[in-house]
Design a protein around this ligand. Structure first.
Ligand SMILES: [Fe+2]
Length: 273
């Protein structure tokens, strides 16, 4: 990121619209309460215009500059991201496979002094997310590769229907592709008695339960992906869809397993002997 303009986090966020610097203030508390209410209702809270337009340009420039460091994984999976057991009856949704082709730039390839890192390391953002998720405490993830990464969807990139393994995720909508790359979701169906019939209908192309979230550049998205079925539709064109992922944990010092790091970044992030 050398030579690029880097901003202080407090100047990156549109604090007039999203007054998160002090959540004990009247404005801050009201804003956080409303955001929490949206998350509780739908398992998703999008804050459009969270990032100022001039910051967005810088974040997009930074993200584009590190696309070459993305590790791509391509494969198939069921909606539960788990091997289906041999006891699962034929025709069960767990036996149906979706395609995914996505890249990720790891944390150690994102400039140490980049604007994205400054934003990630800014405590008021962490505090907002803690309040929206109603967690007693929240910590930045300690993973050397997965703490803050950038998801990259190039031409042909897509993420098939699935439920996340992690309870929640936080992403920033930085750069929309020329076409495709829609975020679609079916809110809070995990564990419902009719979960499998809804999943089957969605996989069959039934749109009745499906909602689409517009890609609104500059928005912050706090999302409970374990309960909500979701996907990113296939991207086309030369402009990649770029979405930084900001990871947090309820306990300090948490990291991904080596298996997860190998899958998403092709290495463990540990020094080789
Ligand atoms: Fe996901």
């Amino acid at each position: 990121m050398d030579g690029r303009k880097v901003l202080d986090a407090a100047r990156m966020v549109n604090l007039d619209r999203c007054p998160i610097e002090d959540l004990d203030s009247a404005d801050g508390a009201a804003f956080a309460r409303a955001a929490r209410g949206r998350f509780r209702k739908d398992g998703i809270c999008m804050l459009p215009g969270f990032i100022r337009p001039e910051t967005l340009e810088i974040l997009a420039e930074e993200a584009n500059a590190c696309v070459g460091d993305a590790w791509f994984c391509r494969g198939t999976h069921n909606v539960y991201l788990a091997e289906s057991s041999p006891d699962v009856p034929t025709g069960d949704v767990a036996t149906r496979y979706e395609r995914t082709f996505v890249g990720s730039v790891p944390y150690d390839r994102i400039g140490e002094h980049s604007s994205l890192r400054r934003l990630y390391e800014w405590d008021p953002l962490k505090e907002l997310i803690r309040v929206v998720l109603a967690k007693p405490q929240l910590h930045r993830f300690a993973d050397p590769l997965g703490a803050c990464s950038v998801n990259v969807f190039v031409d042909g990139g897509e993420h098939g229907w699935h439920f996340d393994e992690s309870e929640f995720s936080v992403t920033l909508m930085v750069q929309a592709p020329e076409s495709g790359g829609a975020f679609e979701y079916v809110p809070r169906i995990r564990g419902r008695a009719d979960e499998k019939s809804i999943v089957a209908a969605v996989l069959d192309g039934n749109r009745r339960h499906v909602r689409e979230l517009p890609f609104t550049a500059g928005a912050l998205l706090i999302f409970g992906g374990r309960e909500t079925l979701h996907r990113v539709t296939r991207v086309s064109g030369t402009m990649p869809r770029l979405v930084p992922v900001l990871a947090y944990a309820e306990r300090p010092g948490l990291e991904n397993s080596d298996e997860v790091r190998m899958l998403f970044w092709g290495r463990t992030g540990k020094p080789t002997a």
